[in-house]
Design a protein around this ligand. Structure first.
Ligand SMILES: [Mn+2]
Length: 316
């Protein structure tokens, strides 16, 4: 559906419940909060399903919209969710009944009855921005949630998914009175002591492959425990190795609490991250993708390097 069609659909329905994805980031949370706020402004009943993995960094945008236990929705909407497997466990009752998916992942799996899908957007926040404009007025509170969405999904406007539209949306959000400094300080200019300890351990153990073009970072649970890192402290670890000179493929493998290995790939033009991750049962964007493997860190590393080698373009 187009923005206009989606706005019309939202206007025609009521009693919304909005779902976010596992390991919720600023985009999924900011979009859910902003959409919820806009729907309420036009007189709708709308709530966001509390995400059990919501971190303190993102909590402020969304906790005021959390659905009460006994809420019975009529319409289920997901924001920034590419596949059903990315829904948190407490969303299980709604899995088969999602009416509308608002997403920007090219790998979106078509699980909802309708979708507002724009894969040229850096953040789902850009789509929700257009929806809010079509539905209602942009308040500073909604603008702040959306600024969080677009700024976090673009690494503060530096990832190569960032477009002119991303900047136009950000500019409009600033004009609408969003808390730029607050969002920037919270998401980009603050590191916990645990995070500093974690970064230092990770960076001192970077492994190089393929003549230094691939950098591998592994994050065992034991390391997270030893530095006292919570979920907040381990956010955006995947982008760390990408800053190393000569590296065009940053492979981050993180051991999850249940023993599975979560792979994150950040790549340059030589390697299509989605294609590599698809070989591993995952997906994402051309330059940023992920997969979760039910195996050890070492085995996950071996399989990921193999997948990368398979999709890498030949040297010219
Ligand atoms: Mn996103």
């Amino acid at each position: 559906m187009t923005i206009e069609e989606t706005a019309g659909w939202l206007q025609a329905h009521d009693r919304f419940l909005i779902l976010t994805h596992v390991r919720p980031d600023g985009d999924t949370v900011g979009c859910a909060a902003a959409l919820c706020g806009a729907l309420r402004q036009i007189g709708k009943t709308a709530y966001v399903l509390a995400n059990p993995e919501l971190t303190a960094t993102c909590a402020d945008y969304v906790t005021c919209y959390h659905a009460p236990e006994d809420y019975i929705p009529e319409c289920i909407v997901s924001t920034d969710v590419a596949s059903l497997g990315l829904l948190p466990e407490n969303a299980a009752p709604y899995r088969k009944h999602i009416d509308l998916a608002i997403d920007h992942h090219p790998s979106y799996e078509g699980f909802a009855k309708a979708a507002c899908l724009q894969s040229d957007k850096a953040a789902a926040g850009e789509i929700v921005y257009a929806l809010v404009c079509a539905l209602s007025v942009m308040t500073p509170q909604i603008a702040t949630a959306l600024y969080c969405a677009v700024s976090t999904d673009t690494g503060c406007f530096v990832y190569n998914n960032t477009t002119a539209n991303t900047h136009r949306v950000a500019a409009a959000l600033i004009e609408a009175g969003c808390d730029v400094q607050g969002v920037n300080k919270r998401h980009f200019r603050t590191k916990s002591q645990a995070r500093i300890a974690l970064e230092s351990a990770i960076l001192s153990a970077v492994e190089y492959h393929d003549s230094g073009r691939i950098a591998v970072v592994t994050v065992p649970q034991a390391l997270l425990r030893s530095v006292g890192a919570g979920a907040d402290d381990a956010e955006e670890i995947a982008s760390m190795a990408g800053v190393i000179e000569g590296v065009d493929c940053a492979l981050t493998i993180r051991e999850l609490a249940d023993g599975e290995s979560k792979i994150s790939l950040r790549t340059g033009a030589r390697i299509n991250a989605t294609e590599a991750c698809r070989l591993l049962g995952g997906g994402g964007h051309a330059q940023a993708a992920g997969a979760t493997l039910n195996c050890s860190l070492e085995e996950a590393k071996r399989r990921a390097l193999e997948a990368i080698a398979q999709v890498a373009l030949p040297d010219v």
